[in-house]
Ligand binder design. Structure first.
Ligand SMILES: [Zn+2]
Ligand SMILES: [Zn+2]
Length: 525
């Protein structure tokens, strides 16, 4: 194995996994699970991406592997989330997500409403998932045997949970939570008996007082801390990533390990504990808090490779601060430019997804250009060419796509200071500039005029133009250079800040700017 490969965290994890002896033809089962209770966000993406890199590396090493995603759509709706209408959803609290109507009426269920965009993003990210729905696993009978085993081992499980979590277990506690036949909720049902032979459970619903006997199949689910090890046992799970809450001491992996060994007589999977992804300035992403960035929204502004790379590059135990402004733009450039300082080639290799073709134009720069070019790729291409960027004809499609990303970024994530458009005529706000600011615009205009009289516009460099700002400032002693730039941007884009001035003037046309500044300086306050 080449030295370089062993440096990446995912390669090191695979080394550890392969150090455990397995038969030659063993098929590694890597399992992920997410509850589709709200928009599935890029914090959740870490779960599947962590699994996916392990899956890819196992295959690289000639092993057989299968990557599962279990949609926990049989989990109950915990509460009416802020994004739900209480009138419609209060009555469904406690019902399985797969049995609740979807918020938009276009999907078969509440769960599918959130699963559909997630699964579409997965295919864009080239994550090859075998999708299992918990509701189907329960309804099809896959769980029957483990449910009976868990009911039989109720006391053992209760003892493990109490010992490892320190939480009191009440005498009516059961590893199985029935769904009330009458009201459809599992929020307040209690198991009052069970029949091993007929696979039935007797229950009492404290919400509607209904009592009865129902088959375990499709009429309830195991509680999370038992469901997880049960699933490890019948899916033969070898490897599973988990958020740090599950992986902590006394967490569900801790209790699950002992439950799977003692109750289901299997070994727990190899755990990969990962940290949360926070949204810069907004805390850990959580769909119940509503501070999330959906995966499909990020895929509108960067190619799949870039999003993969952003997550894969960080060690799982490292918290990622997702910042759609500085960080996302930098990461884009790392993927696009092989000379980028912090580029990690192995992470990049593990991030291949969309046939990404580099064009080596800083994304930040492109964001300014698309605005000057009014989003027209042909004009963008012309501006880039004048600026010395060599974009081959064969990359026209990539450039067009990149322009679309830039426009989407401006629409979805750009802070106000990134957005601008060149004003059609001298903006009103020029009137509020000081007399010396208006005078300096006249001086700038004169300097540009001199340049234009000495050489052709195409031979004037951005540096020369940039220097003329300082020259003009020299002549207007009571102005700081900052005030000079401020006056300039006000006259052109009606803002106090903007793209790099020398480059900007050259890009929108020296003569155009020269005239505009002359007009602006002539405006009376
Ligand atoms: Zn829907
Ligand atoms: Zn009920």
């Amino acid at each position: 194995m080449p030295e370089r490969k062993s440096q990446h965290w995912a390669d090191r994890i695979v080394d550890q996994i392969l150090a455990q002896p397995r038969p030659e033809d063993h098929v590694y089962h890597i399992v992920t699970g997410i509850t589709p209770s709200g928009r599935i966000h890029i914090g959740n993406l870490r779960e599947v991406l962590t699994a996916d890199v392990i899956y890819r590396i196992l295959q690289e090493r000639g092993k057989k592997a299968k990557l599962f995603y279990i949609a926990d759509d049989y989990d109950p709706l915990r509460k009416v989330y802020p994004f739900l209408d209480p009138q419609n959803y209060q009555k469904f609290v406690g019902h399985p997500l797969s049995d609740i109507p979807c918020p938009c009426d276009q999907h078969p269920s509440y769960a599918e409403h959130f699963l559909e965009p997630f699964l579409a993003s997965m295919s864009q990210l080239k994550i090859d998932l075998t999708v299992l729905r918990a509701s189907e696993l329960y309804k099809s009978g896959r769980y029957n045997q483990v449910i009976i085993q868990a009911l039989e081992a109720r006391d053992t499980i209760a003892e493990i949970l109490f010992r490892l979590t320190g939480k009191e277990i009440d005498e009516f506690w059961s590893p199985f939570v029935p769904i009330c036949e009458s009201c459809g909720s599992m929020a307040e049902t209690k198991v009052i008996g069970w029949d091993r032979e007929r696979e039935l459970v007797g229950y009492l619903c404290q919400q509607c007082q209904n009592q009865g006997w129902v088959p375990v199949q499709g009429h309830g689910k195991l509680t999370w801390r038992v469901d997880w090890p049960a699933r490890w046992s019948f899916l033969n799970v070898d490897i599973e990533p988990m958020g740090k809450d599950h992986g902590s001491k006394g967490g569900s992996y801790d209790t699950g390990q002992e439950i799977v060994r003692r109750v289901f007589h299997k070994e727990p999977p190899f755990p990969i504990v990962y940290e949360w992804i926070r949204l810069e300035g907004m805390g850990d992403m959580s769909s119940s808090k509503g501070n999330v960035v959906a995966i499909e929204d990020v895929l509108k502004v960067v190619p799949a490779d870039v999003l993969r790379y952003l997550i894969i590059k960080a060690l799982p135990k490292q918290r990622i601060n997702f910042d759609p402004v500085n960080q996302l733009l930098n990461v884009f450039d790392e993927v696009d430019n092989e000379q980028a300082k912090y580029r990690d080639p192995r992470s990049l290799e593990l991030s291949l997804a969309s046939g990404f073709v580099p064009i080596k134009v800083p994304f930040n720069h492109l964001i300014s250009i698309v605005q000057i070019a009014g989003g027209d790729p042909a004009r963008v291409s012309a501006i880039l060419k004048r600026g010395g960027y060599q974009i081959p004809e064969s990359s026209a499609k990539e450039l067009e796509e990149r322009c679309r990303y830039a426009l989407n970024w401006l629409e979805h994530f750009a802070p106000a200071e990134y957005r601008f458009s060149v004003a059609e005529s001298v903006p009103q706000s020029v009137q509020s500039l000081t007399p010396s600011q208006r005078r300096v615009l006249g001086k700038l205009s004169d300097l540009l005029s001199t340049m234009l009289s000495q050489k052709e516009e195409k031979d004037i460099s951005a540096e020369e133009i940039h220097r003329s700002f300082y020259e003009a400032a020299q002549q207007e002693k009571d102005l700081s250079i900052k005030e000079v730039f401020q006056a300039f941007y006000t006259a052109l884009i009606d803002k106090e800040h903007g793209p790099r001035a020398g480059w900007f003037v050259k890009t929108i046309g020296v003569e155009f700017v020269q005239k505009r500044l002359a007009e602006a300086s002539a405006i009376e306050a």
